[in-house]
Ligand binder design. Structure first.
Ligand code: SAH
Ligand code: MG
Length: 214
């Protein structure tokens, strides 16, 4: 990571430890020269800086999907609520203004493209093969599973599937991202490559978007 972007990433609001962000950046540097990447779960743009730095270096693009209304745990009264991110007029979370400032200040607006809406709606209309898919959206079972079923089919063979907040043991954290990882491995289309913290990198080994139909 260029030091100025690392500084921006560390200063940004969000949920991405430095070691895992650097890992994501390294994977993205390898992949984004081959085609666009997509992140589910933009929040305030912290992980998008790690991805965007790689996109800039590769001359590529990363799309990042979020309805910007926050996950369950970001709502008032929950563990990860930040009252400074509430739209006073509507009385709901709105992380989009903060996200836009984060990406603009990092100078990454050419490389990081926000897609604003529910991930299922975006996925239903998505038609572009992906070199990288980073799943870091809603952590309820239904959301995590939808993010995988909606976007993983668009990963090309050789593409990187990266899943955040994967905890094998319930004492460590919620299980849905781990269930998605198990599902990906059980499909036979993905093989684990490497893990750093709660971040798991898999590679698509078969059945990728654009492969000749068997
Ligand atoms: N990657 C971020 C953290 C993402 S937090 C970082 O680096 O800090 C998870 C995000 O997923 C939240 O911003 C929430 O609004 C979004 N989200 C949850 N469920 C969603 C859904 N069904 N569709 C779109 N976005 C969703
Ligand atoms: Mg996360």
């Amino acid at each position: 990571m260029p030091p100025d972007l690392l500084f921006r990433a560390l200063a940004a609001k969000g949920f991405m430890p430095e070691g895992e962000g650097a890992f994501l950046h390294r994977i993205a540097c390898e992949r984004l020269a081959h085609g666009p990447g997509l992140e589910v779960g933009s929040y305030c743009g912290k992980s998008a800086i790690y991805l965007g730095a790689a996109a800039r270096a590769a001359g590529g693009t990363v799309f990042t999907v979020d309805h910007h209304r926050g996950s369950e745990e970001n709502q008032p009264g929950w563990e990860h609520h930040d009252p400074s991110l509430v739209d006073e007029e509507l009385g709901v979370m709105d992380t989009l203004p903060t996200f836009r400032r984060t990406i603009a200040r990092a100078g990454l607006e050419e490389h990081v493209v926000a897609v604003v809406g529910p991930s299922t709606t975006v996925a239903a209309h998505w038609h572009t093969p992906l070199s990288l898919l980073f799943i870091d959206g809603g952590h309820a079972e239904v959301h995590a599973q939808n993010d995988y079923s909606g976007f993983a089919p668009w990963l090309v063979t050789g593409g990187a599937l990266v899943i955040h907040d994967v905890f094998e043991r319930p004492e460590e954290g919620g299980q849905p991202p781990y269930h998605v990882w198990l599902r990906a491995v059980a499909s036979g289309c993905f093989e684990p490559v490497q893990t750093v913290g709660s971040m798991r990198w898999l590679v698509r080994v078969s059945g990728g978007a654009g492969d000749a139909a068997g």
